[in-house]
Design a protein around this ligand. Structure first.
Ligand code: ADP
Ligand code: MG
Length: 678
């Protein structure tokens, strides 16, 4: 299984490199390279019984040799006549100079392709897949179709796979027999053969279920092992959780039930002597900042320092302001640390952080620079976690010995997914908004409605509100991102000559962004044209309308985040999505935004409509890519996996017995111990 694929018959050094591009190095990698789909080439028909449009296998004899003719320059058309005992068919290839020598009169072949109707109602087959009858391999059966890269052909992968299964298909089982029996899972050799070359679609389904189960179970067990070891880290005990009342009672609003519950969970975690590792998920506006403040208060009252990291300077500054307001009566000293601060300010901040005068440090990535040294860091809060890379959060918590970790996220994901994605974190959910919040009214319109949309913008501004107009990142480059936003803002300014139009985008220096943002917050700008930089956390209560251009290009969760920027005041807020294109998926997605204000529902729909690639293809989580499981549609299997994992872990929490050796090994190869999660 660990053998290099170059030694497989028909592969060799050159072709092995093509496989390497797909991450396939060993026979085992190859066997676990699952087909994208299957093509049913099992149906044979007589020529006379075929109707145009049908895709079939024909068992034929060549009647006339291949003739080539050329049209327009270099294009070659090759054709021959083939027959069986019911009739004949013209077989045609375009631009294939090899077929001429491939077919011989009176010999037998299998053709697989679509039957068309040619001139004079004659039957034709164009560019079929053809094999000599005595060398038949990939016709007359259900054939796997693999995702390819340049240079790699279906036939090459199919042949290599056939070889690999023939020579190495005798794999030892990873899943213990009792688990396999209880959850009705196919044995690995049967499954391996049938995932690639199934006898029938039923046997494919059986095989697939086994591998989805295997993949999720290994991931689950691997994460549980990690969770067990990360839990063991010691961290300071935060006593006197009751004292937190003093803080929560001082807030200008009563906490929601969900906020109270999460704060209690944090108190319990931090009292245990082991490091807290908690993810708090809550929809935009659910009040995560107050929860973070409570945790920070607890840390500071216990004589420790707390740090809070935010993804942008604007957001860090806003958090600093909120914290100062929250803590004004408690003699807690907060310090800001961002990249754009003046050298002297920064020096002073660093000094205060190092000698402990700073109780709370709020900042951006600047917090994780090497020269930042804390006196006694014991709580690290990361806000809007999806904006940070895998290692960055770990870097912050490495700045103290035994640091409690609290991660805030507004990207809600269904609980089953959270269990897998954040397997080594405990998850809290704030599933309640503060009372009196009016949901943002959302409308989806097409380009034709632009005039009316602008009329609505005008009306809003004349009534004293401010407006966001958001445009998407068309391409990944920041330069085109800038051009796009800049052009739009010019057009908008032309459409509203009397209004003040501002522009903010990702290319601006943090200081410039701050200036624009605070000018918007002060009400000096009527319409702010922006790229998605405003997506996270910023609070401008007077902004009541958001127009989103090319809304079809955004993820639904992202749209939901964006519109969370409006409706922070008392007025009814609206969001207008300008979407292009008429595809069913686009329509459904826009409709989802219009009918729901529930981030969890929306992200579930997002997954359904887009597939899970977006959660799993990204750098957000540091987990391995799913090879076969679809974490949305395979939730049934996931629930069984959850039970099976419990069966296993109650028997043997550390997977130490011989019985679990094979699966433990697979767990370790799946998530190498040196990868830092979350
Ligand atoms: P998010 O979860 O998106 O970070 P914030 O913490 O920024 O949300 O809170 C959004 C707004 O709601 C803030 O203005 C905050 O003061 C307010 N808020 C938070 N909790 C409550 C509550 N329990 N009751 C009323 N308003 C609240
Ligand atoms: Mg927030």
């Amino acid at each position: 299984m660990d053998k290099d694929i170059r030694y497989l018959k028909g592969v060799g050094e050159k072709r092995a490199e093509l496989f390497n591009k797909k991450g396939i190095y060993t026979v085992s990698d190859l066997l676990y390279f699952f087909p994208r789909t299957h093509e049913d080439r099992s149906e044979f028909k007589k020529i006379a019984d075929c109707a145009p449009g049908e895709t079939v296998c024909l068992d034929i004899t060549v009647f006339s040799p291949v003739r080539e003719s050329r049209i327009k320059g270099k294009r070659i058309i090759s054709s021959m006549v083939a027959c069986d005992d019911s009739g004949s068919v013209s077989v045609i290839w375009y631009n294939n100079k090899y077929v001429k020598n491939q077919f011989h009169t009176n010999e037998h072949y299998i053709l697989y392709g679509k039957i068309d109707e040619g001139r004079y109602h004659k039957k034709e087959m164009i560019n079929p897949i053809a094999e000599r009858k005595d060398k038949q391999r990939f016709t007359g059966m259900i054939v796997p179709i693999y995702p390819l890269t340049e240079g790699l052909t279906q036939k090459l992968v199919q042949s290599a796979m056939e070889q690999a299964i023939k020579e190495y298909g005798n794999i030892s089982e990873y899943i213990p027999d009792d688990i396999r029996e209880k959850y009705k899972l196919a044995q690995i050799n049967y499954a391996m053969k049938n995932i690639h070359f199934p006898e029938s679609f039923e046997s494919y389904t059986i095989a697939r279920r086994r591998f989805v189960f295997e993949e999720l179970l290994t991931l689950w067990l691997a994460l549980s092992q990690r969770k067990a070891s990360s839990k063991a880290a010691a961290a300071p005990v935060f006593e006197n959780a009751a004292g937190i009342r003093e803080f929560t009672n001082s807030l200008p609003f009563p906490l929601t039930g969900a906020q109270k519950r999460v704060i209690n969970e944090i108190c319990t975690d931090t009292k245990s002597g082991r490091a807290m590792n908690r993810l708090v998920q809550g929809d935009v506006g659910s009040g995560k900042t107050a929860v973070a403040a409570a945790a920070i208060y607890l840390a500071v009252k216990n004589g420790a320092q707390a740090a809070m990291m935010a993804p942008t300077e604007i957001l860090a500054a806003q958090h600093k302001e909120s914290m100062d307001e929250f803590f004004k009566d408690f003699g807690i000293n907060t310090v800001l640390l961002t990249g754009s601060m003046k050298a002297a300010e920064k020096r002073e901040a660093l000094l205060q952080i190092a000698d402990g005068r700073a109780n709370v440090v709020i900042g951006t990535h600047a917090l994780i620079e090497d020269r930042v040294e804390f006196k006694s860091l014991a709580l690290a809060v990361t806000d809007e976690q999806h904006r940070f890379g895998v290692g960055q959060r770990a870097k912050l918590s490495a700045k103290g010995d035994g640091v409690h970790i609290l991660i805030m996220s507004a990207t809600p994901i269904p609980r089953t997914l959270a269990l897998i994605l954040y397997g080594d974190l405990d998850v809290s959910i704030i599933d309640e908004l503060p009372p009196g919040r009016k949901p943002v009214k959302t409308y989806a319109v097409g380009e034709k409605m632009r005039k009316r949309v602008y009329g609505f913008v005008e009306k809003n501004v004349s009534e004293g509100s401010q407006v966001y107009i958001v445009c998407p990142l068309i391409e990944e480059t920041e330069a085109s991102d800038l051009k796009n936003a800049a052009e739009l803002s010019q057009k908008i300014q032309q459409s509203f000559p009397k209004l003040c139009v501002g522009l903010i985008h990702g290319r601006m220096k943090p200081k410039e962004k701050d200036a624009v943002m605070s000018s918007f917050a002060k009400g000096e700008i009527d319409i702010l044209v922006s790229t998605t930089v405003i997506e996270v956390g910023v609070n401008v209560p007077n902004a009541n309308l958001m127009v989103i251009e090319n809304a079809e290009r955004f993820g639904l969760s992202q749209l939901h985040q964006l519109r969370g920027r409006v409706g922070r005041g008392n007025k009814q807020a609206s969001c207008i999505l300008i979407a292009h294109g008429n595809s069913e998926v686009t329509k459904k997605r826009m409709e989802t935004m219009c009918i729901s204000n529930d981030g969890f529902y929306i992200s579930e729909q997002d997954l359904k409509l887009r597939g899970p690639g977006d959660f799993f293809g990204t750098r957000q989580h540091g987990l391995p890519e799913m090879k076969i499981a679809n974490l949305f549609s395979d939730t049934d299997i996931l629930l069984d996996v959850q039970k099976a994992a419990a069966d296993i872990l109650t028997q043997d929490p550390r997977l130490e017995s011989k019985k679990y050796e094979p699966i433990k090994k697979r767990c370790e190869s799946l998530i190498p111990p040196d990868i830092v999660l979350n």
